[in-house]
Design a protein around this ligand. Structure first.
Ligand code: GLP
Length: 256
């Protein structure tokens, strides 16, 4: 079972996620971070940016990227990661990779997997969750063994992400994303979710059946998962009281 931490709000969640990342980077200055976009991890990046840590040797691998946006498009995940993560944390831009950032798209997935392996694997992967239950851009029906590859976005995800574009027609139809199998290989998963709109999908992912119909349920297979949710996102969890009890009764060595 994942460790589930139920917090007041996104700011408190960001501090807890930042504690986990700070501990990792203090012990391993060239740690490998898996980077997520979306509104959810923003408080984590903000909290980390204020801690005065040296991130210059940290390596980063983004979860996913749109296919078909021109280079430098403000909504490409390369641009988003540069703006929201590389800048505030003062990461070294050359050490941060985004899927599809080199070579032809047909082989970009394999190249990305090779780059992650060459870096020694991802130490800590930050994850948000989409309303379809996707992590990265692994839409429902994604194989639990999938590796980085090109995927077709669902209509729901394109509609959800249309707010970042002038119109829904401008939202790309395809993406390249780390697979669920890629995500499973990371040594520690930190999954964040906030707000009532995520309650049902979080309950399904953590407590429902393991199913490709809800891709985030794959986290149940991972040996080390920290889920940090606010009260509204936790509102459908059947074992919420147990998670609160377990967090309050952490043993000394379990505390960051
Ligand atoms: C996008 C990203 C996901 C992210 C999801 C949720 O689809 N590809 O990685 O988790 O959005 O976004 P938000 O955090 O804004 O709710």
């Amino acid at each position: 079972m994942a460790e589930v931490v139920i917090v007041r709000d996104a700011d408190e969640a960001g501090e807890i996620a930042a504690d986990l990342i700070e501990k990792l980077v203090r012990g391993t200055p060239d740690a490998v971070l898996g980077l997520a976009t979306g509104s959810t991890p923003l408080t984590t990046w903000t909290a980390l940016g204020k801690r005065g840590l040296d991130f210059s040797r940290v390596r980063g691998f983004a979860l996913d990227e749109y296919v078909g946006l021109e280079q430098g498009h403000p909504q490409s995940y390369r641009s988003v990661i540069d703006r929201e993560v590389v800048g505030p944390l003062r990461l070294t831009a050359e050490l941060v990779r985004v899927p599809g950032d080199s070579g032809p798209i047909e082989t970009a997935g394999d190249d990305y997997e090779a780059a992650i392996a060459a870096a020694g694997g991802i130490d800590l992967q930050v994850l948000g969750i989409g309303r379809t239950g996707h992590i990265g851009f692994n839409e429902p029906s994604s194989s639990f063994g999938s590796l980085t590859r090109v995927k077709t976005l669902t209509k729901q995800t394109r509609a959800d992400n249309a707010r970042f574009f002038d119109s829904i027609d401008d939202v790309p139809t395809h993406c390249i994303t780390q697979g669920l199998g890629t995500i499973l290989r990371a040594r520690h998963l930190v999954l964040l979710a906030f707000g009532e709109a995520k309650a049902q999908i979080i309950a399904g992912a953590l407590e429902g059946p393991l199913t490709a119909s809800l891709p985030a349920s794959v986290v149940q297979l991972h040996p080390r998962v920290t889920v940090i949710v606010d009260e509204p996102a936790a509102s459908d969890l059947a074992f919420a009281d147990y998670y609160r009890y377990a967090w309050e009764h952490r043993l000394p060595w379990e505390k960051v």
